[in-house]
Design a binder for this molecule. Structure first.
Ligand SMILES: Nc1ncnc2c1ncn2[C@@H]1O[C@H](COP(=O)(O)OP(=O)(O)OP(=O)(O)O)[C@@H](O)[C@H]1O
Ligand SMILES: [Mg+2]
Length: 331
């Protein structure tokens, strides 16, 4: 089925199914491609070649920019396969743990490797078992997500322990490591000469979409257009048009996670109304529901030229001037 008949078919489904489609919409957009391509480079620097070993890399970006989503998408390309000795786990995705020191980090790793562990095992033994497990399961790429959790300056000890663990894993010279996290993750790794020495610390930054260049605007409009195509409505809602996309950019800061939440909420309102597509009214209501308390401007109701901006080069009423979007959102 093509996209149009998919959408038309979806529009006829019961409300619960339409809701589920909205919730689970997956969009193949530029930043996802960037994230997956970076992981692919860090895993196998030569396309069609073999996996690299002994290097650490990073993927960083603001919250909700799609880092974890890209990592899961990449890991799904390399599912576990049975080998001669046991399961081969080419790409292992592990979350670090924010509290409890090194132990929960080790436990998460051990769990991802399907290892039996007991509380009586000390950290040194558990670490050795993990190193053996990584070799045994022929792990090629180990991805640590939420890496900023182990980089908290209030817990220096944990960061030191985790970096020592990374070095031990890299010293196996059997696999590469990618650390994913908020922008500060890069600094933490970059400050460790021994880690940087292991591969030069290649990195990719998943930025929010901006509205500053023609190219970025087109990428963001395409993202909105793809959402529009995937939403379960009889008719398209014009989300990719310049004027709607610009407003969607304003409410989402160009961040995929925020955009998805927003369109989900607007889509739910449109389903409830029995509408054939999402209207400006639904977008306006969805924004009212998330609007920071002191914000007056609603981009789907008010004159766009009156929008509060960071720069003061636009005609603003004095009240709105005081309430620039950023200062309100972060107040
Ligand atoms: N390609 C996509 N299509 C649809 N939804 C997406 C896509 N990428 C991300 N999302 C949604 O955006 C939200 C944020 O994505 P994700 O969790 O990957 O962000 P993140 O960068 O890991 O954020 P954090 O730093 O807060 O962990 C999630 O709800 C996810 O489902
Ligand atoms: Mg994440």
């Amino acid at each position: 089925m093509d996209e149009i008949s998919d959408r038309l078919g979806a529009a006829q489904l019961p409300a619960a199914e339409r809701q589920a489609i909205l919730k689970k919409l997956i969009i193949n957009h530029d930043r996802l491609v960037e994230g997956v391509e970076a992981l692919s480079r860090f895993h196998m620097p030569v396309k069609g070649g073999i996996h690299d070993t002994g290097c650490v890399s990073a993927i960083v970006g603001d919250s909700r920019t799609g880092k974890s989503f890209a990592a899961s998408a990449y890991a799904r390309r390399y599912p576990p396969v049975p080998g001669e000795k046991g399961m081969i786990l080419p790409v292992l995705l592990v979350e670090t743990a924010p509290t409890g020191g090194l132990r929960p980090v080790l436990e998460n790793l051990a769990n991802a490797l399907g290892m039996l562990q007991s509380p009586r095992m000390n950290n040194a033994l558990l670490t050795n078992n993990i190193l053996e497990g990584l070799r045994y399961h022929q792990v090629q790429l180990l991805i640590f997500d939420e890496f900023q959790d182990v980089c908290d300056s209030r817990n220096v000890r944990l960061a030191v322990d985790v970096k020592r663990l990374l070095r031990k894993i890299l010293n196996l010279d059997a696999l590469n490591i990618v650390c994913i996290g908020l922008p500060e993750t890069y600094e933490i790794l970059a400050n460790d000469k021994q880690l940087v020495g292991r591969g030069g610390l290649q990195h990719a930054h998943l930025h929010p979409y901006t509205w500053d260049s023609q190219e970025e605007r087109m990428s963001f409009r395409l993202l909105c257009e793809k959402f529009d195509e995937g939403m379960p409505f009889q008719e398209k809602s014009g989300l990719g048009s310049a004027s709607v996309a610009q407003r969607l950019h304003w409410v989402s800061d160009g961040i995929i996670g925020k955009l998805k939440n927003f369109l989900f909420q607007a889509g739910c309102l449109a389903i409830n109304d029995g509408c054939e597509h999402v209207t400006f009214e639904h977008l306006a209501m969805a924004y009212s529901a998330i609007k920071p308390p002191k914000t007056i401007f609603n981009p789907f109701v008010d004159d766009w030229s009156q929008r509060p901006t960071e720069q003061s080069d636009l005609p603003l009423s004095s009240a709105q001037h005081a309430l620039s979007k950023r200062s309100v959102a972060h107040a």
